[in-house]
Design a protein around this ligand. Structure first.
Ligand code: NAP
Ligand code: 8YV
Length: 327
């Protein structure tokens, strides 16, 4: 794909929730259209759809092949979030549509949440907070935590931008780290395991930060959880789809593993009641990148990718499946 394209008065659709930085971020010569959800999208007139050349996906709404096929002149889809499992990258690549995501600007924020969630899970912060609030501390001491980071070895699944930022934090905390990914990560000195089950046998903690989608679906299954063992902690900041959720619930219930810290779930925002009732889990509502400053930076990158494109330049962060050559 090359970045030599016409530049005049593009029609751009903003698809997803309203956000000031995205809604207000485009120059006056753009013609903007807005669909908050699929219902709005289905009602977009064919005349307007025929003019759309760019789509800014402002939240977790699906941009599958059928969605993109509505726009015969579509050149670019600029999506909010580094994960793009809600975008059909293969369709885009086959139809000369460049897809952009928002990597890097959220890396450290998400790594902070991963480490915070690991510590909160191992050291039982949420139970301890409830203990103080309920007034129980005035009559008894809080039980010692079963878990500790001091005697743990962490296996990170996915050693990309965020995985490496998590590894740096664990290095600084003197916690040994190894990792699994399909290929060894360039410039990473931690031990690489080509086989996930072999790694799970050698560690007692898994931190998941690989992409969602077909290649990682339910990768963390009963076999992996059994290999991790009864001291096992699973922290998932990747996608709910990477875990076999019923198998995880069963493993947490019967002591196959010790605990889990979860920021993401199979059917968000619906979290199974069985999981919500477990005492050995810490549950977060998908807040890995959710600070005002980081979300603003992500929104700005959604806009900037489209602005660069329609200024005739390569976009800033195209995904690997739809690479763009500069002029
Ligand atoms: P990245 O730099 O592309 O890294 C992805 C890593 O996963 C790479 O090491 C890659 O290595 C590995 N990987 C990919 N497919 C795999 C597979 N089938 N099996 C094993 N490993 C695989 O991405 P990133 O910026 O670190 O982001 C990672 C993911 O985190 C995102 O895609 C998103 O789903 C999730 N995320 C969640 C939140 C949140 O709020 N909780 C926020 C941001 C991101 P190989 O290609 O060698 O396998
Ligand atoms: C977003 C994420 O919160 O970047 C990602 O992949 O999971 C988060 O930063 C998510 O895209 C929700 O819109």
């Amino acid at each position: 794909m090359s970045a030599s394209h016409s530049q005049n008065n593009p029609d751009v659709l903003i698809y997803g929730p309203s956000k000031p930085i995205i809604d207000g971020g485009f120059p006056a010569h753009y013609t903007l259209h807005k669909c908050e959800n699929k219902h709005d999208l289905d009602r977009l007139s064919p005349e307007v759809a025929a003019r759309i050349r760019g789509v800014a996906v402002s939240g977790l709404v699906q941009a599958d092949g059928a969605m993109m096929a509505k726009f015969p002149k579509l050149e670019i889809v600029s999506s909010f979030g580094v994960g793009y499992d809600h975008i059909d990258a293969r369709y885009a690549s086959g139809h000369n549509i460049v897809v952009c995501n928002t990597p890097d600007v959220l890396t450290e924020e998400v790594a902070d949440v991963a480490l915070g969630l690991l510590i909160a899970t191992a050291r039982e912060f949420i139970k301890a907070d409830r203990f103080v609030r309920s007034g129980q501390w005035s009559t008894q001491g809080f039980p010692l935590s079963q878990g500790s980071l001091r005697d743990r070895k962490v296996g990170i699944v996915g050693m990309g931008r965020i995985g490496q930022a998590i590894a740096r934090r664990l290095d600084a905390s003197l916690v040994p780290v190894v990792y699994h990914s399909r290929n060894p990560a360039k410039g990473v000195s931690h031990k690489h395991y080509p086989n996930l089950v072999e790694m799970a046998k050698d560690v007692d903690t898994l931190v998941l930060i690989m992409p969602g989608g077909a290649s990682t679906a339910k990768m963390i299954n009963a076999e992996v959880l059994k290999a991790l063992g009864p001291r096992g902690i699973v922290v998932n900041v990747a996608r709910g789809s990477v875990v076999d959720e019923p198998a995880l619930i069963a493993a947490l219930k019967d002591g196959t593993i010790m605990a889990a810290g979860l920021d993401v779930f199979a059917q968000e925002p619906n979290v199974p009641e069985e999981l919500r009732n477990l005492p050995n889990v810490v549950l977060l509502p998908h807040i890995g990148s959710a600070s005002i400053s980081t979300r603003n930076a992500m929104d700005q990158l959604v806009v900037d990718n489209i602005k660069e494109w329609f200024a005739g330049k390569p976009p800033i962060t195209p995904i690997p499946e739809t690479p763009v050559k500069g002029r």
